[in-house]
Design a protein around this ligand. Structure first.
Ligand code: CP
Length: 415
């Protein structure tokens, strides 16, 4: 069986995602049944399998839901919860650490502050690797949980209009979610805090790879009109509305917020700011704002929250964020089973190939330039060379780092 990983959301096809969701539905029922039977009937799909849970950044939901998922599947877990407790603190490279841990376990879950670290681990180990969040790059298992939440709460993903609000620059969950929403043909409204816009390479990808129509909108009133008229015309192509720096204004503008089916709020990721003193103005989603949205809209948040989401709305049925967090266990149970090829996936044919672009022959030693990319780390440089793919763009070709996926123009070499 080919080894499969989940380092970015592109590692799995839509069909595979939907199959995992069906499996998660069944696993969720099994969890409930098991509780009602006094925990007599544990699943044993992963009996005899070991999972390494490597968290080099803090986590509550992702780490504990993965560990709970593996235990509920009948498997075992070994874990690292801080860099200082491993030999990385003595200068061991990620690649060497990965090789060792890969010989102890059957599957690895990793969260790391360096973007592309899960891909390096996947390149060096002979077991499936799951990205549990790498810097500001992606958080694909949160995305699976988010898509599952939309499907469960709204009954579908295609044709929904989902607003991604807040820190769209450093928030990794919204990066992988934007790609996934595009793959499932949802309309996307990007409402960012000032100076925290969605990276241009992601927006461009949605246009070029998924045929999205992009509208940049500076006026909130105009945004409301466009979103409403789009929702009334079922023939419209999938659209992405970009409301740069309008997080506060969008929610202040009117007593009625237009046809948005889900508001996905995010925390301002201050820990990733280069300038930690930067003051960001943003609204708190409270009971007043809740009155403005549609009666059947839902509020999502990957959590943890700070002050962008008021506690007073927690009991409203539209506040879906605690249900969203709880779906993380069955979704991760399904993902672990899928990657190990066990239980409902034991006969599954793994024919899907991640889309690939031509590799750039890096004779002139181009560097990625993203200081958080694993290829830019001095300590890793003996084992990891900068590598790029050549991706199409509207102004010629671009080089995309294979680790952190940042793009750079390199016209001279590509002539
Ligand atoms: N949503 C999420 O990634 O939460 P944790 O940081 O607690 O894992």
């Amino acid at each position: 069986m080919d080894i499969r990983h989940l380092t970015t959301i592109d590692d799995v096809s839509n069909e595979e995602i939907l199959m995992m969701f069906d499996a998660a539905d069944v696993m969720s029922q099994r969890i409930e049944k098991n509780k009602s039977k006094g925990h007599e009937s544990l699943l044993d799909i992963c009996a005899g399998y070991n999972m390494a849970s490597l968290f080099f950044e803090p986590s509550t939901r992702t780490r504990l839901s993965f560990e709970s998922a593996m235990y509920r599947l009948g498997g075992n877990v070994i874990s690292v919860t801080e860099t200082g407790s491993t030999s990385v603190a003595k200068g061991e490279t990620i690649a060497d650490t990965a090789r060792i841990i890969g010989s102890y376990v059957d599957i690895i879950v990793v969260r790391h502050p360096w973007e592309g670290a899960p891909k390096v681990i996947a390149d060096y180990v002979g077991v499936p690797v799951i990205n549990a969040g790498d810097g500001a790059h992606q958080h694909p298992t949160q995305t699976l949980t988010d898509l599952y939440t939309l499907r469960k709460e709204k009954g579908r993903i295609e044709g929904l209009t989902v607003a991604l609000c807040g820190d769209l620059k450093y928030g990794r969950t919204v990066h992988s979610l934007a790609y996934a929403l595009a793959r499932f043909k949802a309309n996307i409204v990007l409402i960012s805090a000032h100076s925290l816009d969605m990276p241009a390479y992601i927006i461009k990808d949605l246009e070029l790879r998924y045929g999205y129509y992009r509208e940049e909108i500076a006026d909130v009133g105009q945004a409301f009109e466009k979103i409403n008229s789009h929702s009334q015309n079922s023939e419209q192509t999938s659209t992405i509305w970009v409301l740069s720096g309008l997080w506060s204004d969008f929610f202040k503008h009117s007593d009625e917020i237009p046809d948005i089916d889900a508001f996905y709020l995010t925390r301002v990721q201050k820990e990733r700011f280069v300038d930690n003193g930067a003051k960001i103005e943003y609204p708190t989603f409270d009971s007043k704002l809740l009155k403005k949205i549609k009666a059947d809209a839902i509020i999502m948040h990957p959590l943890p929250r700070v002050d962008e989401l008021a506690y007073e709305i927690d009991d409203d049925p539209r506040s879906a964020y605690f249900r969203q967090a709880s779906y993380g266990v069955p979704v991760r149970m399904a993902l672990i089973s899928f990657l190990l090829g066990v239980g409902p996936f034991s006969d599954f044919e793994r024919t899907f190939q991640k889309p690939k672009f031509p590799r750039y022959e890096n004779k002139d030693d181009v560097k990625c330039g993203n200081p958080k990319c694993i290829s830019m780390q001095e300590s890793e440089s003996q084992q990891i060379a900068p590598e790029f793919e050549i991706v199409p763009s509207d102004s010629g070709s671009l080089l995309r780092c294979v680790y952190c996926e940042r793009e750079i123009e390199y016209k001279n070499t590509l002539r």
